[in-house]
Write a protein of this length. Structure first.
Length: 291
């Protein structure tokens, strides 16, 4: 009787209300997303060149003087004349060699020290006071000291590049280790992982996003430090080429050097991002947002 009463009540109650259906946001395919990014980049860079052309074409004189600034055509003409030469290729090759050597040393030292400092509190208490004292010193201020410390100009410039990239990589790595979820560490311990296995299988994968953030920032600072060092004490390189053009009052070559520096920095930063996405396949990017 109770069972039949329940069936009657359920029948009289009518059908269950339908669940509201979730609206699915439309997503773009990979090809469309890449196309939109390329179009936005072209519009952004094109707007800069358009503004540059208008200011130099009509010689704007409102707070900023454009009388001596070369036009885009003059810079393009200088590029056609210079880019294919062996001297310009040698300058680019020297700058790339210096940036890669200094940056590679900074990656090894920054990531290694950062993981130790973040993992072991005693190491942080021992090293961080000295690091915090040295960190505010600009890389350019190390140029006279580096000339005295290192036997060659090449070594001193690589050292300046290392100084510029080291601190962003180190601090981002330390922050990543300290903010790592403690549950992951306890789970690794419960599964019998040794300290070395924890570093390799738990800490390093968990800290990789922070490390690559530090790498991207460090690469930008490394280029700033490199160009400043080449302008002061270099004999080759893009920074030296730009400073030499200023000394010779070759204004189109100055702008060409600046554009070359920006393009090389963009390629290096883009390479770091692509390498980071290759090493971290578990990070899925949807419409430019991390999920």
């Amino acid at each position: 009787m109770e069972r039949s009463f329940e069936l009657k009540n359920s029948a009289s109650a009518g059908p269950a209300p339908a669940r509201p259906r979730r609206l699915k946001m439309p997503t773009l395919g990979n090809a469309q997303t890449v196309g939109i990014k390329i179009a936005c980049a072209a519009i952004s860079i094109g707007a800069v060149f358009l503004l540059w052309y208008l200011c130099t074409r009509y010689r704007v004189q409102f707070y900023i003087r454009f009388q001596s600034v070369p036009t885009p055509y003059e810079v393009f003409r200088e590029a056609v004349h210079v880019v294919g030469s062996d001297a310009f290729a040698k300058n680019i090759g020297n700058s790339l060699r210096r940036i890669f050597l200094g940056f590679a040393i900074a990656v090894g030292a920054g990531v290694g020290m950062g993981m130790l400092i973040g993992r072991y509190r005693a190491v942080g208490h021992l090293l961080m006071p000295a690091i915090e004292v040295l960190r505010p010193i600009p890389a350019i201020a190390w140029v006279p000291m580096s000339i005295m410390l290192w036997p060659s100009t090449e070594s001193s410039i690589i050292f300046i590049t290392f100084i510029g990239a080291f601190y962003p990589i180190l601090l981002n790595t330390v922050d990543g280790v300290e903010s790592l979820d403690a549950v992951l560490m306890r789970a690794g311990r419960c599964l019998g992982a040794s300290e070395a296995q924890l570093f390799w299988h738990v800490i390093l994968p968990g800290v990789l996003p922070n490390i690559f953030t530090g790498l991207a920032v460090g690469m930008g600072v490394a280029w700033v430090s490199l160009i400043a060092a080449e302008m002061i004490s270099g004999q080759y390189g893009v920074g030296y080429y730009t400073w030499e053009a200023y000394s010779l009052v070759n204004y189109p070559a100055i702008v060409l050097g600046m554009i070359t520096i920006g393009a090389l920095g963009l390629l290096c930063s883009g390479g770091i991002r692509l390498f980071g996405q290759f090493l971290m396949p578990w990070l899925v990017y949807v419409n430019g947002a991390r999920k």
